[in-house]
Ligand binder design. Structure first.
Ligand code: ZN
Length: 627
């Protein structure tokens, strides 16, 4: 694997002899975004203006996108944009005086993952380094991979439709024609028209006092990568949490959300103390219906959040700390390509655990570190070795699903390793300087390594140099000196599971009253392999796992139920798979049904009945798992 590191590091040309008389040139460039068609070295977008109608009857957005693009290369006479399933009516060049002239354009070959390049021809006399304004009149498809159009029955209120976007990783191109690569940052503005009773919100300057009426205008003055473009429209209302924080949600979810996420303002203030000023104005949350595919999405100024966090006990709010922390790692300093995703996700997972430690306590943060470490070990069994590096070679495949939790959990562990090596104070100082140095920029893993080397490795002699760091970045598995997270409370829960499984004490004596939800999850994960279904039923009757309101306890339990074919709980398992649409919660349950060797057919039947409520991204992931 060392050889591959050299290739990655040099970003240069490797000559590999294939036979005595032919040579193959490896042109892999880790700084290149292989998931975008855009020729952003020739033209780069600086600003986007959207003008869109939101049509719930046809499940389409219709209108225009105007791109302000700077010409960087005088040889280039074509602009290539990313699209997926977009209908383009016209492309116009807008003069300084505002007059429009039609431009010729054509689509290139469609690619299953990357969509379809849109190639626009420009007149020959445009000066270099000037900007051009391109206006594209277009509409989206009802199959847009970024947009989910929910009928009223799939919302909490049941009376109004709701639509939301999920642009990460490469889905912005399915609702806006643009240069869909994190390497390009744009400011944006948008005029959005909706049915008059609904509210539109975006990853922009949402004003909590905005009156309803069906016409909304947004500005986003800070430059963002395209994957942070976001919109939602529905019967959404606002409730404040603190001075700069609040919640948007359907009225049915508003009170529960205000209770659950009450610590958001405190998290924001604490994060600012640790990592420097919050750069984005307000920080609000949008709590979406259950089909939202992820735990949260860090859309700037307005994180999109799954309602599966509403456990009633604030036990799952590390996701809020996570999305908030992205305001620094990811949104402020952004991975240059999806191959560098650990710079977004690993860094953010590290920061969120630090926030959790201070807002709550070390015990809770340690519990979360142990659970995430366990998932990392499971993923290291599943993910092929060449994808286990933090910064793998990545020029094919789908950036949505290439690595499991490696970017998150291994990245977090790597930063914990640096913290333990250089000391918390020095490492915090390093991170604050790093966010300041690269604010509003995109960087590669190699750029991070250079900065780390110059500002920490060479400054403090702790016996850790580039070689150790490169092992984390470029090699599979975990280095031998990787930290191993520990939690006394989780160890106790694990020991309780083993002892109860052995019959050392009665079910009524399980000390579950003292446990956090995390300890309960660890208890479930640690049950002995050979338990009879009678004993599982006994456990369920005593501790109520099948009826839990905590989505993570349910996840752990129903994975076990499916793996062990505990059929007495299959009705509740099916209900669980219908209650949630978040991929993390349901995909492993489906997978466990398939992998138990008996229930693939049942899994397919449940899926067919439930899938109309799932998001296209989750639907695609489950369909793949069921194949
Ligand atoms: Zn994240």
């Amino acid at each position: 694997m060392k050889k591959m590191n050299l290739v990655l590091m040099a970003a240069a040309v490797l000559l590999a002899a294939c036979s005595s008389d032919t040579q193959e040139v490896d042109t892999y460039d880790p700084a290149h975004d292989y998931f975008s068609f855009a020729n952003s070295d020739d033209f780069v977008t600086e600003h986007l203006a959207l003008d869109l109608d939101v049509d719930f009857d046809s499940s389409e957005l219709r209108g225009s996108a105007t791109l302000v693009m700077r010409r960087l290369n005088e040889e280039a006479h074509e602009i290539i944009l990313d699209t997926r399933d977009l209908a383009i009516d016209s492309v116009e060049l807008i003069s300084a005086a505002g007059t429009a002239s039609a431009l010729e354009y054509r689509f290139g070959d469609e690619d299953e993952v990357r969509g379809t390049p849109l190639i626009i021809s420009l007149p020959g006399d445009l000066p270099v380094d000037e900007t051009v304004d391109l206006r594209l009149i277009y509409s989206t498809s009802p199959e847009s991979t970024a947009l989910q159009w929910l009928p009223p029955e799939l919302t909490a209120g049941g009376e109004h439709p709701l639509m939301f976007s999920q642009s990460q990783a490469i889905h912005a191109r399915s609702w806006v024609p643009l240069q869909d690569t994190p390497a390009v940052r744009i400011t944006y503005e948008a005029s959005i028209r909706t049915p008059s009773e609904l509210l539109a919100v975006m990853s922009a300057n949402n004003d909590p006092l905005t009156p309803r009426g069906g016409a909304y205008h947004f500005e986003m003055p800070q430059p963002i990568p395209s994957y942070l473009l976001a919109i939602a429209v529905g019967n959404i209302f606002f409730a404040p949490l603190g001075e700069d924080t609040g919640i948007y949600a359907e009225p049915e979810l508003l009170d529960d959300s205000v209770y659950e996420f009450a610590d958001t303002q405190a998290m924001l203030e604490l994060a600012e103390q640790m990592y420097g000023p919050y750069a984005w104005g307000r920080y609000d949350l949008l709590v979406l219906p259950p089909s939202f595919p992820y735990g949260g999405m860090e859309n700037p100024r307005l994180s999109f959040i799954t309602p599966s966090l509403l456990a009633g006990d604030r036990s799952l709010v590390s996701v809020i700390a996570h999305e908030l922390a992205h305001s620094w790692s990811g949104n402020l300093v952004t991975n240059a390509t999806w191959r560098d995703g650990w710079l977004n996700e690993g860094m953010t997972s590290y920061l969120d655990s630090r926030l959790m430690e201070i807002i709550y306590d070390k015990e809770r943060a340690d519990e979360e570190r142990v659970l995430s470490y366990r998932e990392l070990l499971l993923d290291l069994e599943r993910v092929p070795p060449e994808m286990q590096a933090l910064a793998p070679r990545l020029d094919t495949g789908d950036p949505d699903d290439f690595q499991g939790s490696i970017h998150y959990s291994k990245g977090q562990l790597f930063l914990q390793y640096l913290e333990e090596t250089f000391g918390r104070d020095a490492f915090d100082e390093f991170l604050a300087a790093y966010f300041d140095e690269f604010a509003f920029q995109t960087i590669t893993s190699e750029r991070f390594l250079e900065y780390l080397d110059a500002n920490l490795l060479q400054v403090m002699d702790r016996g850790v140099g580039r070689e150790q760091v490169e092992a984390w970045l470029y090699e599979p598995g975990l280095p031998e000196d990787a930290p191993v997270p520990e939690s006394a409370t989780l160890t106790a829960a694990r020991e309780a599971a083993i002892a109860w499984s052995r019959g050392d004490y009665a079910t009524a004596e399980i000390p579950s009253a003292d446990w956090s939800p995390h300890a309960t999850v660890h208890f479930i994960n640690s049950l002995a392999d050979d338990l009879s279904t009678e004993r599982l039923a006994e456990l369920d009757a005593a501790l109520g796992f099948s009826d839990t309101r905590n989505a993570e306890i349910g996840r752990a339990w129903f994975i076990q139920v499916a793996e062990r074919r505990h059929t007495a709980a299959y009705d509740q398992l099916e209900k669980y798979l219908n209650r949630y649409g978040r991929g993390r919660l349901i995909l492993p349950v489906y997978r466990a049904l398939v992998e138990n060797g008996e229930d693939a057919e049942l899994a397919r039947t449940i899926f067919e009945n439930a899938r109309s409520a799932y998001h296209p991204l989750v639907d695609a992931g489950i369909a793949k798992a069921l194949e």
